[in-house]
Design a protein around this ligand. Structure first.
Ligand code: DAS
Length: 366
């Protein structure tokens, strides 16, 4: 409680009698305390999976490191000020380099997030993750979580022990976005390097650069810096698919197209029991005439074939250089091969088997 003398001093410091006292004070000359609004911080559940953000440098090369060497709790401890943004609870889901990401971790993440939201344990979730498959985990969770509360993935391109490690800043910004009410209803987001990307649009596009994540077709949906979070795109609806009860996803193979291509990869995928094939096609999702004959054999064997592209940018539309209607194929639209594979797996697991239904789903949430 401030005394009259203290109050006078305070007014004096602030520039003399002309300045209104900072506090209004009651008749009995004691100062009525300013009512402090109870500031309740949002609750953010941090799920750590590994990756470079939790990596430690290794002397085998100038930029060598081992991903997944530091725990999620240690990560948070290394991010000054993050505790002012949210009440954090950290859980270790896995500690792997994300080139080893797998369905078991995906299902564990999805079920933990669904439980946290169903039990009102958290207002948002932040996932620390390797960058190699971050876009795939984000896309998978975006399709199955179906909740307006923010789920944000973040990672790093330099290990925690590197000079100018990028992990702490990315972690801080991910929590800042997760805690921001504007982030609600936007599906799963990826936050690194001051940018906010949608799960649908984002892709890793450089092997080592800090600014490796881009959304070539859709652009970033927002920007974040220590002072602000700004969204530049409207929230969009996302389709919600059920998690297969048996935790299994059907086998869908990606076939990489190239010059002098024959049908061997396609015939082998069918022989190996693939229920779906995604073509990482040349240009606008193209394959050679020989390979197209293999595609026709695959569709006749009941395998669903999606045409995507190896070029990393642009849309693959129906019936441009390939007669999709004739061959019963699906065009991936804006989805790259690795995301087209995940969507096809989930659609097949949810009983969608006709090319027409699957094409509708690929075009639905554009
Ligand atoms: N191998 C990378 C991974 O774990 C390291 C990283 O960038 O996170 O995805």
């Amino acid at each position: 409680m401030i005394s009259r003398r203290g109050l006078a001093l305070l007014v004096a410091i602030m520039g003399g009698a002309s300045v209104m006292p900072v506090f209004s004070y009651a008749k009995d000359t004691s100062v009525a305390p300013v009512s402090h609004k109870q500031v309740t911080l949002p609750r953010v559940l941090v799920l750590a999976t590994g990756g470079t953000i939790s990596g430690k440098a290794d002397t085998r090369s100038a930029i060598g490191y081992d991903a997944g060497a530091v725990t999620g709790a240690q990560l948070i401890a290394g991010v000054p000020g993050v505790e002012k943004l949210a009440v954090l609870q950290v859980e270790q889901i896995s500690n792997i380099a994300s080139q080893n990401m797998n369905n078991q971790v995906w299902f564990k993440l999805a079920e933990r997030i669904r439980r946290a939201f169903a039990n009102n344990e958290a207002d948002a979730v932040v996932i620390t993750h390797g960058t190699d498959t971050m876009e795939e985990t984000a896309f998978f969770l975006d399709a199955v979580i179906g909740d307006a509360r923010p789920v944000i993935l973040t990672g790093a391109m330099r290990p925690s022990t590197a000079i100018s490690a990028d992990g702490p800043a990315n972690m801080y910004e991910a929590v800042k976005v997760a805690a921001d009410p504007q982030a609600r209803g936007r599906g799963v987001l990826v936050v690194l390097n001051d940018e906010v990307h949608s799960a649908r649009g984002v892709s890793k596009m450089h092997t080592t650069a800090l600014q490796t994540f881009h959304s070539p077709n859709l652009g970033p949906v927002g920007y974040v810096d220590p002072a602000s979070v700004r969204f530049v795109a409207p929230a969009r609806s996302q389709q919600h698919l059920d998690l297969p009860a048996d935790h299994k996803l059907p086998r869908v193979q990606i076939v990489y197209a190239h010059a002098d291509m024959d049908a061997q990869q396609i015939d082998d995928a069918v022989k190996d029991g693939a229920r779906g094939i995604v073509i990482a096609g040349m240009g606008d999702g193209n394959v050679s005439t020989d390979a197209l004959a293999g595609v026709e054999r695959a569709t006749k064997a009941g395998v669903v074939v999606v045409r995507s592209t190896r070029v990393g940018n642009g849309f693959v539309n129906r019936d441009v250089e390939v007669d999709d209607d004739h061959y019963g194929l699906v065009a991936s639209m804006d989805l790259n091969p690795q995301k087209a594979r995940i969507l096809l797996q989930l659609l097949l697991a949810n009983g969608k088997t006709s090319a027409a239904d699957i094409q509708n789903a690929f075009s639905a949430t554009l």
